[in-house]
Design a protein around this ligand. Structure first.
Ligand code: 4NP
Length: 151
């Protein structure tokens, strides 16, 4: 079994969306993958996902209501095989706390998913409906692309 952790800033919009899409789509594809998400910041620890993210995800059939935000911690770098940052600022945040004995591969989601036209999943927090829909669209594309690396 592989273990994959998605990481954004607050763990209430982007990475919980990736987690929800990956959990359902990789299970549908018959892949045995443990998925989770976390934030580099502690602003929203213990809270549910952003209601705008939940609404967009659930309209497409992805369950996010049970999510609770947590911050990424050093032990994650030994538990997970793959830690995927939503944007380059999140990747820098991860590199600052990566322990010397980290075993996880740490990278940028859209680069590892070979979505060539974009580096970052844009932060939708101060945006509108279309920004949240773009996150879901990118999540579905990235999850489909990554499936081929996980079997
Ligand atoms: P996320 O979005 O990193 O995709 O969960 C954000 C959530 C909260 C904040 C920023 C981004 N914030 O500044 O509180």
């Amino acid at each position: 079994m592989k273990r994959v952790l998605f990481v954004c800033l607050g763990n209430i919009c982007r990475s919980p969306t990736l987690e929800a899409v990956a959990r359902l789509e990789w299970a549908r594809a018959g892949l045995d993958v443990e998925v989770a998400s976390a934030g580099t910041a502690d602003y929203h620890v213990g809270r549910g996902a952003d209601p705008r993210s939940i609404a967009v995800a659930e309209a497409a059939g992805y369950a996010m209501a049970a999510h609770r935000a947590r911050q990424v911690h050093a032990a994650d770098f030994c538990h997970y095989d793959l830690i995927l940052a939503m944007d380059r600022a999140n990747l820098r945040g991860l590199e600052l706390i990566r322990p010397a004995d980290a075993s996880a591969q740490v990278g940028l989601l859209l680069s590892l998913a070979a979505i060539a036209d974009m580096h970052d999943v844009p932060d939708p927090y101060y945006g509108g409906q279309r920004d949240f829909e773009q996150v879901l669209d990118l999540a579905r594309r990235a999850v489909a692309a990554l499936a081929t690396r996980l079997d």
